[in-house]
Write a protein that binds this ligand. Structure first.
Ligand code: AP5
Length: 186
């Protein structure tokens, strides 16, 4: 079974839902940069204050800030003896992907698979409007989708060239999608 994984896909594709499920069932560390940032916002830390307005607009917070979070968590885990991990919502652009590659080289680790969750925009928007998180109103959702197309989608070619990409159809029930993901992870 592959156990160093990235979940890639547009907002609302179900990355968080599937990542949580998989991490629990397979004992992997689930690192969601979105959840970690929302935690900082809720705690009112300086980092959270910096991220709050950027997240509310549906834009990406600075690479340096996100990288600092991921670096400390992955280093902590490596020092505690390693193990599998699942990165959800990170990397979000090529600069973050390059920085992750450098960090993993430092840790002597490698990405084993990038699960790309694919879903039509109409279904994504419907799911997010039904959820109603602070950044789930229609204009911010549209902007998050644009940011995804411009900044995150280039990672599809990036990881395809590295022979790591596994596309998965993200329509249907949570269980059906989980089965498709399990099939590509092995
Ligand atoms: P982040 O938290 O990563 O949000 P996102 O990518 O927009 O993803 P979502 O959480 O909206 O969707 P998801 O694919 O995880 O789907 P989910 O499982 O939740 O990022 C938020 C913000 O933080 C960014 O805009 C940015 O500002 C900042 N940020 C985060 N990471 C960053 C980074 N690396 N660099 C810079 N900035 C960063 O499901 C969505 C909904 O659909 C839920 O209600 C769920 O219950 C439902 N659902 C899931 N699966 C199904 C299904 N099969 N059928 C029906 N409903 C379903």
């Amino acid at each position: 079974m592959k156990q160093r994984l990235l979940f890639l896909g547009p907002p609302g594709a179900g990355k968080g839902t599937q990542a949580q499920h998989l991490a629990e069932s397979r004992g992997l560390l689930h690192l969601s940069t979105g959840d970690l940032l929302r935690g900082e916002v809720a705690a009112g830390t300086p980092l959270g204050q910096e991220a709050k307005t950027v997240m509310a607009r549906g834009e990406l917070v600075s690479d340096a800030l996100v990288l600092a979070i991921v670096r400390s968590r992955l280093k902590q885990q490596a020092q505690a003896g390693g193990g599998g991990w699942l990165l959800d919502g990170f990397p979000r652009n090529v600069a973050q992907a390059d920085a992750l590659a450098a960090l993993l080289e430092e840790l002597g680790q490698q990405i084993e698979l990038v699960v790309l969750m694919e879903l039509d925009d109409a279904v994504l928007v419907q799911r997010l409007l039904a959820r109603g998180r602070a950044d789930d109103n229609e204009s911010v959702i549209r902007h998050r989708l644009e940011v995804y197309r411009q900044q995150t989608e280039p990672l599809i070619a990036y990881y395809r060239e590295r022979d790591l990409l596994a596309p998965v159809e993200a329509a249907g029930s949570v269980d059906a999608i989980a089965e498709r993901i399990a099939a590509v992870i092995g």
